[in-house]
Design a protein around this ligand. Structure first.
Ligand code: ATP
Ligand code: MG
Length: 151
């Protein structure tokens, strides 16, 4: 169905901000547009990316969430300043059950499904999902969605 993208983003971010006192979710929203997609599933992708950003940045507090409109697409990025991902592991993080191991100071619970499910949802909605990350510095997960999916 059609829904307002900024409004959906704001609802999800507001709900997630209530789950963390430590982290500040910073909104830089520039996608005030209606889009045709599955609102609940796209919301689930955001939840997965933001909960990861919170979980994998135990020693920093800012998470920046941006939206933009470009070439008839909405683009979203979720940026953290956490543990980051080594370059030789980065291609695997969207695989089912894959989890990066090796951080000695922290253990992070999880199944390794959130990103797999997110990438399946985004593909199904006709979009793309990707990540830029530097180990020890942080990660930026991005996705784009067509404003009007082919029907
Ligand atoms: P869950 O199924 O509960 O989401 P998970 O968080 O381990 O478990 P994914 O969300 O699929 O699984 O992420 C896969 C792996 O990618 C994680 O285990 C982690 O190693 C790495 N990862 C994901 N997001 C980040 C991030 N923001 N910063 C650093 N590493 C990340
Ligand atoms: Mg996860």
């Amino acid at each position: 169905t059609w829904f307002n993208f900024n409004q959906m983003m704001q609802e999800v971010v507001e709900d997630l901000q209530r789950t963390t006192a430590k982290h500040t979710l910073i909104e830089d929203f520039n996608a005030d547009t209606e889009i045709y997609s599955d609102k609940d599933r796209v919301g689930q992708v955001l939840i997965n990316l933001i909960t990861n950003a919170i979980k994998y940045s135990p020693d920093s507090d800012e998470i920046i969430i941006r939206t933009a409109i470009e070439n008839n697409e909405v683009q979203v990025s979720v940026q953290d300043f956490g543990i980051g991902i080594a370059q030789d592991k980065i291609d695997k993080v969207f695989e089912q059950f894959y989890r990066v191991s090796g951080d000695k100071e922290h253990t992070f619970p999880g199944l390794g499904l959130g990103l797999y499910i997110s990438s399946e949802i985004i593909k199904r909605e006709g979009g793309k999902i990707w990540v830029d990350s530097v180990e020890g510095k942080g990660s930026k997960f991005c996705f784009s969605l067509p404003i009007k999916a082919r029907v």
